[in-house]
Ligand binder design. Structure first.
Ligand SMILES: [Zn+2]
Length: 122
């Protein structure tokens, strides 16, 4: 039996423990959940991976159960509104005060009609 093989959690801190790369399917680290668009969602640590690092001693990675994970929190309305406001500011020309409909080119700092000195088509 490999070192750190303890699915019943009787030897290593009371949670199921597996050696590196031997965790069962459906158990993911926080980083792996994130890559799948998920977050632990308040569930407790379900298992751990232990391995021996030559430099750092015994290391642990905590695992969560995929079926208990929740989608990453979507943007709140307040956050979306703040972002929309910031984007509008980047589209608003300081010369004619109009929303140009595109982010103003940094090299002009104004909308294109103002930069060209052409009259605006109302
Ligand atoms: Zn303008």
């Amino acid at each position: 039996m490999p070192r750190f093989w303890d699915p019943d959690g009787t030897r290593y801190g009371g949670i199921p423990t597996y050696p590196w790369q031997m965790a069962p399917d459906g158990y993911l680290t926080r980083r792996q959940l994130r890559a799948a668009g998920l977050r632990p969602g308040g569930q407790p640590v379900a298992a751990q991976i232990l391995w021996q690092s030559r430099r750092l001693g015994v290391r642990a990675a905590y695992l969560y159960r995929r079926e208990l994970a929740l989608p990453v929190r979507p943007m709140t309305p307040a956050k979306a509104a703040a972002l929309a406001l910031a984007m509008r500011a980047r589209r608003t020309c300081p010369d004619c005060r109009r929303d140009a409909g595109y982010v103003l080119p940094a090299r002009y700092g104004t909308c294109l009609p103002c930069a060209d000195g052409l009259p605006l088509a109302a």
